[in-house]
Ligand binder design. Sequence first.
Ligand SMILES: C[S@@+](CC[C@H](N)C(=O)[O-])C[C@H]1O[C@@H](n2cnc3c(N)ncnc32)[C@H](O)[C@@H]1O
Length: 215
Amino acid sequence: MKSQNDIALEQYIRAHIDDEPKLLKELTRQAHITLLHPRMLSGHIQGRILKMCMRMIQPQRVLEIGTYTGYSALCIAEGLQDNAHLDTIEINDELEPKIRTFFNKSEHGHKISLHIGDCVQIIPQFPYMFDVVFIDGNKRHYIDYYEAAMSKLNSGGFIFADNTLWDGHVIDKHIDATDFQTQGIIAFNTHVKQDTRVETAILPIRDGITVLYKK
Ligand SMILES: C[S@@+](CC[C@H](N)C(=O)[O-])C[C@H]1O[C@@H](n2cnc3c(N)ncnc32)[C@H](O)[C@@H]1O
């Protein structure tokens, strides 16, 4: 649970970074009215960080695993140059109309292709390599996503994996045998730490973002 101090600091951060674009505010409002887990979307602070990472890296091709409402996809696309492209994959086809509505409304929507289906099946079919991958799908399967992403990531490319501190549960003394999400995240964190193909850092932002550099 967040302390009063954490909440006040977040308010301070929000007040001192770029404003959340109007369209993303509308998307967030819609998600809270119509979806079960609106907390899953990246939000103002993480969204501005994702955009800034794209500004820094200037990738040509980006892949996102887990579109949900399209919030993070729109932030990533905002940070891309006009000739760069984002492929984003979402398994839940019920979300497709909502996602497409917002991509169509955005001035950055033309940089995004939405793919509906299981990323583990879709990723091997891409006929090109990526410079950046953002992993934000089902926490139980992060290692599968990571291995699929690595096979399509250029050397010198980056993987950003979201929620890798999982609300602090990664350091819980006791992990319930049925808590497959925490187990999935812990297994992923151990897997990448042991993987000599990558350099690894963790940004303790929001729920933790692991940044991996492919050597
Ligand atoms: C945490 S949400 C993504 C949030 C979004 N990236 C954002 O920050 O705004 C995770 C999404 O991953 C999707 N997902 C789960 N397993 C998937 C898979 N195998 N392939 C593609 N999408 C998947 C879920 O349906 C869900 O919409």
